[in-house]
Design a protein around this ligand. Structure first.
Ligand code: 5GP
Length: 190
């Protein structure tokens, strides 16, 4: 997606170690027009799947999922909540995830009422790095016995292992911008 790549080059910057900051338009301030285009791009790729739910993880995934939902004609968005410890009460799907940016583990939690075996789920997220967040969401879809349509990612860091881990499971991974490397502070797209 050219507009996304241009925006990344204009407003994105790299911080150590291998983290791209896009607070200007994704993670803190939001460029809604860009997000509308992101939603439409996911719709074009996954158009032929009978998607009934969009699943993401709080916080930054929520805007991505919401605008993607509108592109699909307003289908329900479910976002996994993050907890620091396992929840024992209630009927929840849970997955343990290691956060790449915070370098700590957390529990991803989704109420079982919101995804069932009858759902066909599209997972979306802002970034794909080592794939742990996406794999946590995949595990929740598996626990529900639902069908997984694929994974839509806004920015993939292609030099990390996420895509490989998801593709090993036969998952269709569609990223709108793939970064091949960070070379001396410069962002190089694939
Ligand atoms: P993964 O689980 O694939 O290792 O990392 C993906 C998650 O970590 C995303 O949900 C995103 O919030 C965060 N993340 C990973 N890499 C980056 C990055 O370079 N920049 C930002 N802003 N977030 C990242």
């Amino acid at each position: 997606m050219e507009t996304l790549k241009e925006k990344i080059l204009k407003d994105g910057y790299i911080i150590e170690p291998n983290i791209l900051k896009v607070d200007q338009f994704i993670n803190h301030q939001i460029d809604v027009e860009l997000f509308i285009e992101i939603g439409q791009a996911f719709k074009s790729h996954f158009a032929n799947q009978p998607i009934t739910k969009i699943l993401t993880v709080e916080a930054s995934g929520i805007a991505v999922a919401s605008l993607t939902s509108l592109a699909f004609g307003n289908i329900p968005v479910v976002f996994a909540k993050k907890a620091t410890s396992a929840i024992t009460a209630g009927k929840m799907y849970q997955a343990s995830v290691h956060s790449f940016t915070k370098n700590q583990d957390y529990q991803m939690i989704v109420d079982q009422r919101f995804i069932t075996k009858d759902d066909c789920v599209l997972i979306v997220d802002d970034f794909l790095a080592n794939g742990q967040a996406s794999l946590g969401l995949v595990s929740i879809v598996e626990q529900a016995g639902a069908t997984l349509a694929g994974v839509g990612i806004v920015i993939e860091k292609g030099f990390q292992t996420g895509r490989e881990l998801l593709e090993e499971k036969g998952i269709d991974v569609h990223s709108l911008a793939i970064i091949e490397s960070f070379e001396e502070g410069r962002i190089v797209f694939k």
